[in-house]
Design a protein around this ligand. Structure first.
Ligand code: ALG
Ligand code: ZN
Ligand code: ZN
Length: 315
């Protein structure tokens, strides 16, 4: 393997200068081959409440300038051990959700076909569906760990099938996820009715609520999730609203009583050694953020996901 091209050296070019790529990594077109691709999807036409996640990718990239090359918690230098690059944004039609979903599926499929594993920055949660479609073509029906305050297994909103509240129901209907290994983590807040939970269970999801994480703690949560995915290839989808609004105010549908960013990062670190094949971080809406609280959290979450992917590549 050729030596990976890493981020700009922050001892020579200060972090507030230089490229606006994720973690100041090279762009995809600057590297010969890419193992892990950070890709933005600035799409938020699927939201049911506050808009603004279309500005998520650029805010998370901006907040990622301070990331450093070595991850002490996982003992990995992801940018040195693998080639990580910024694949830019998937430009999709903000006025036509169906067309946007197709565009995302196609662009993600092309990226995955090159051998790169995607870490996608949203965008609203609608984008998880086309990403899962693209990944399932490579891996078959895929296990999913879904971190979110919300179930996102509702049926339709105002008659629309593709929205940020419905991607995981569509994914089950389409047979692109492994219904033996689906789990929500961090769920909380009011629902439309008890049937939401019944239907969710029928679709195959297990739930570790936000209260479960608080009562059982990180280690038990990690054990349960590791058991759920086993040695299957799996996908992690992180809606930043899984964090408490104190830790992630910059999001469109905030719910009280969420995880701390420390809990979320520790749970992710607990997944070291499993077969992660791709991930997303969605629903960062910078207009409601303060002091980059949300985008800093999201950039660290993305860094941990990249680190987990890098670990899977060790001989
Ligand atoms: N995926 C996110 N963030 N939110 C879904 C909320 C659906 C609702 O408005 O009930
Ligand atoms: Zn959510
Ligand atoms: Zn969501």
């Amino acid at each position: 393997m050729t030596t990976p091209r890493g981020p700009v050296d922050s001892s020579r070019i200060p972090r507030f200068a230089g490229p606006a790529t994720f973690a100041r990594l090279p762009r995809l077109d600057e590297v010969e081959q890419c193992d892990i691709a950070v890709v933005g999807v600035p799409f938020d036409s699927g939201v049911s409440y506050r808009p603004g996640a279309r500005f998520g990718p650029s805010a998370v990239r901006e907040a990622s300038r301070l990331l450093r090359p070595y991850h002490p918690g996982l003992d990995v230098s992801p940018f040195a051990e693998t080639q990580v690059a910024d694949a830019g944004d998937i430009a999709c039609n903000p006025f036509d959700i169906n067309e946007a979903v197709e565009t995302i599926e196609h662009a993600a499929g092309e990226l995955i076909a090159t051998g790169a594993r995607p870490v996608t920055i949203g965008g609203d949660h609608t984008i998880a569906l086309p990403l899962l479609r693209a990944l399932s073509r490579e891996h078959g029906p895929i296990a999913v760990l879904h971190f979110d305050a919300h179930l996102d297994t509702w049926d339709t909103y105002f008659g629309a099938e593709y929205t940020h509240g419905t991607p995981f129901r569509r994914a089950v209907e389409e047979g692109i996820v492994d219904t033996e290994a689906l789990s929500h983590v961090g769920t909380r807040g009011p629902l439309y009715g008890k049937k939401d939970l019944e239907e969710d269970r029928r679709l195959g999801f297990g739930i570790i609520t936000s209260s479960d994480v608080m009562r059982r703690g990180v280690d038990e949560t990690v054990d349960a999730l590791r058991q759920r995915v086993g040695d299957r290839p799996f996908y992690v989808s992180i809606d930043i609203d899984v964090l408490d609004p104190a830790h992630a105010p910059g999001t469109g549908t905030p719910e009280a009583g969420g995880l701390t960013s420390r809990e979320l990062l520790e749970i992710l670190r607990g997944l070291a050694g499993t077969r992660l094949v791709g991930a997303d971080v969605v629903e960062v809406a910078p207009a409601y953020d303060h002091a980059e609280i949300t985008s800093v959290a999201a950039s660290h979450v993305a860094y941990d996901l990249i680190s987990l992917l890098a670990l899977t590549q060790r001989p």
